[in-house]
Design a protein around this ligand. Structure first.
Ligand SMILES: *Cc1c(COP(=O)(O)O)cnc(C)c1O
Length: 425
């Protein structure tokens, strides 16, 4: 019955059989992921109960949004989940980059210096910081920047960090996920050790973590190990696929307060910001986030093992511990990237009938192909893939709101590669 249904979705018996064989070897790993999801699910439920979430919290407010119970309670819930003093969780934070820019610009003053200690930060932050000159960057406001590369083995360069820190150092930034680089992703434990090291040099330095794609992958978050701020996007893990927009900053009272005054206005801070009816999706998305993240992780591990067994280079490899939900597969030829993305697109619940094509995109130095059939536009916690059409012809993919969908997407990608003669058995 199942095989027939897969066949009706365009997947051959052969691909089904091959996939099932790969999956047999992953049972133990998937069981561990389910345990983490269970732990994090309980953590979220406890956080909601402790904050006394009620049906009134879902009511829409408009205008100034004074005394918005839903907003204030949700910020308590986030603070409870991340074990921080406070949190700012708003639909007015438009995306992850905005949340990060807000956290940085709110906590740095002219003459201050920030140091990225995990090497080059995420692309979009280059303009925020002013690494690439840009209108409104921190550099324009007289904030200076230094960068300490990770060591060859992916660990923090403690000696380099010690040498880089000076009297001017106000804030240290750590990016948890590798993003679209090929370095290893940092574990929460590694991040905790780096923070302890920075604090041993100067406890006043603010340690901020770009938490994008990392939330709920492990049982602990960087804020459990000393981060002053964790920052992320609600159209990634913590929005659980339901939040239609938004970002968060969870951290110390002072850091969050400064961010609030920057987001709205000095004097107003957290007191304003109508929620316009999105609160239920924020709460419900957070409630689902642990199991959604688990589904995405299973998809990444399945793909790694499937494509590794077929002789392709995969990053992370099939056996590695996971600290984020991103998977890269190198095809070594453009046709591989295109076929993979076509497969992902054709498995989507939305826009499954469109064919993605490589295209010139602003900010990229080559054509890029993107596959996404998402309920929330641009949401990358939903199954999505993209690949720049240049060597080593790697595709990056992530997400999957449910494991069966992630599985279908990967099977469709293999089917497509098989049909095009790129995968030969
Ligand atoms: C996605 C991401 C960002 C930026 O988020 P946007 O919502 O795309 O602006 C920043 N850092 C990392 C590591 C990310 O994965």
């Amino acid at each position: 019955m199942m095989k027939e249904l897969y066949e009706s979705l365009g997947i051959s018996q052969r691909v089904v059989a091959y996939s099932e064989e790969i999956l047999k070897k992953l049972e133990e790993r998937f069981r561990k992921i389910d345990e983490t999801a269970e732990y994090n699910q309980l953590k979220v439920i406890k956080a909601m109960q402790d904050a006394r979430v009620s049906a009134e919290c879902f009511q829409a407010t408009s205008g100034y949004g004074y005394n918005d119970l839903g907003r204030e309670t949700l910020e308590k819930v986030y603070a409870n989940v991340f074990h921080t003093e406070d949190a700012l969780v708003r639909p007015q934070i438009t995306c992850g980059t905005h949340a990060l820019a807000l956290a940085l610009s709110a906590n740095l003053r002219p003459g201050d210096e920030m140091i990225s200690i995990s090497g080059k930060p995420y692309d979009t932050l280059e303009e925020v910081i002013g690494i690439r000159p840009s209108c409104g960057s921190l550099a324009e406001y007289g904030v200076t920047y230094k960068q300490v590369e990770l060591l060859e083995d992916g660990n923090f360069d403690l000696e380099g960090i010690r040498n880089a820190i000076s009297e001017k150092t106000k804030l240290v930034e750590i990016q948890r996920s590798k993003g679209y680089l090929t370095r290893p992703t940092l574990s929460v434990q590694q991040i905790g050790e780096a923070i302890a090291f920075v604090k041993s040099i100067n406890p006043e330095i603010i340690c901020m973590v770009d938490n994008c794609y990392g939330e709920f992958v492990q049982r602990m978050e960087p804020s459990d190990l000393g981060a002053d701020m964790v920052v992320g996007s609600l159209i990634k893990n913590p929005g659980g696929g339901l939040a239609p927009i938004g970002g968060y900053i969870a951290g110390t009272k002072e850091c969050v307060e400064r961010a609030a005054y920057r987001l709205t206005s000095p004097g107003l801070g957290k007191e304003v910001g109508a929620t316009l009816g999105v609160m239920q999706s924020f709460y419900q998305g957070l409630f689902l986030a642990p199991t959604v993240t688990a589904a995405a992780l299973k998809g990444a591990i399945f793909a790694a093992n499937l494509y590794e067994s077929l002789g392709f280079k995969v990053i992370p490899d099939g056996k590695e511990e996971r600290y984020d939900i991103i998977q890269a597969v190198e095809f070594g030829m453009p046709e591989g990237v295109v076929a993979f993305c076509e497969g992902i697109q054709s498995a989507a619940p939305v826009d499954s009938y469109v064919t993605p094509e490589p295209w010139a995109m602003p900010g990229y130095d080559s054509d890029v192909i993107m596959a996404a059939g998402a309920f929330v536009q641009g949401s990358s916690i939903e199954l999505s893939a993209d690949g720049p059409i240049k060597p080593p012809y790697a595709v990056y993919f992530q997400g999957g709101l449910t494991w069966p969908h992630a599985k279908l997407g990967i099977m469709k990608s293999l089917q497509r590669l098989y049909e095009k003669g790129i995968v030969k058995w």
